[in-house]
Ligand binder design. Structure first.
Ligand code: G3P
Ligand code: MG
Length: 253
């Protein structure tokens, strides 16, 4: 398959570490990202979201309970409040004291680790457009002011497509990933009409028929979250562009 319009680096055949290496370290933490580099996984996915005081933190859930010792909505906490939380102990006592990464602070570390990045933009339910605008403004400012010129652009993805439109408008050269649980003809067509873009789907909803449609439309597909080698093999044989996995080493083996 050829993808003239999609230009992330590495270009193809990639297994992407989901939230770092979520199987073996607390998701979306520096430990998880360092482990990816140690395991020679060169492409990682992680999630970012906005705090109450308009900073960006690396965090998956809308709320704090599952992966920290805090409670409540992430976007109702300031950076200072979030900095006091433990984002590692829930996973294992060995990771006690692991902080929630501040996006701006963790980026230089990720560059040092030579990781290629897929940054997923998250918003809580029922927020107004002002929240979306503030999130995008922060991302755009960071990408346009602090992104090293020799560093490949990150692949920016989201389930909330209006966010991607805002990013594309401000930074047309940044590749985009349209996240969708399902893979439907209309979605494939929309991605096909968007330069330098991919479709990111739940692998469980990817039929052979839909993958063929994507191939015909020259739409690269990345599938989440694949942890079983036999499923990975099937998807790779079917021409998938990339796979998100909590345990890339297991897939490789
Ligand atoms: O970006 C792929 C995958 O991370 C999407 O789902 O819920 O793990 O962010 P989620
Ligand atoms: Mg994600």
């Amino acid at each position: 398959m050829k993808y003239h319009k999609f230009s992330p680096i590495p270009p193809s055949g990639a297994v992407i570490g989901h939230r770092g290496i979520a199987k073996h370290a607390p998701e979306n933490t520096l430990s998880s990202f360092k482990l990816a580099a140690r395991q020679k996984v060169d492409w990682i996915e992680f999630d970012i979201r906005l705090t109450k005081d308009n900073s960006l933190v690396v965090f998956h859930d809308d709320t704090l309970e599952r992966t920290t010792n805090g409670t409540g909505w992430v976007h109702e906490h300031t950076l200072k409040e979030l900095a006091m939380l433990d984002a590692g102990a829930w996973f294992s006592p060995a990771f006690r004291g692991e902080p929630i990464p501040v996006f701006e602070e963790v980026l230089p570390e990720l560059f040092k680790l030579s990781l290629y990045l897929n940054i997923e933009l998250k918003i809580p339910p029922r927020v107004d457009e002002a929240h979306e605008n503030r999130l995008c403004e922060q991302v755009i400012t960071l990408l346009s002011s602090s992104w090293p010129s020799l560093q490949a652009w990150p692949l920016i993805s989201s389930f909330h497509w209006p966010l991607l439109e805002k990013i594309r408008h401000a930074l047309p050269e940044v590749p985009l990933g349209f996240l969708s649980e399902t893979c439907e003809a209309a979605t494939i067509q929309m991605v096909a009409n968007t330069p330098n873009a991919a479709l990111h789907c739940d692998y469980q909803n990817l039929s052979e028929e839909m993958l063929n449609l994507c191939e015909q439309a020259n739409v690269p597909v990345l599938a989440y979250t694949v942890n079983q080698p036999e499923i990975a093999k099937k998807l790779i044989n079917a021409g998938i562009f990339g796979l998100f996995s909590d345990d890339p080493q297991h897939l490789r083996a």
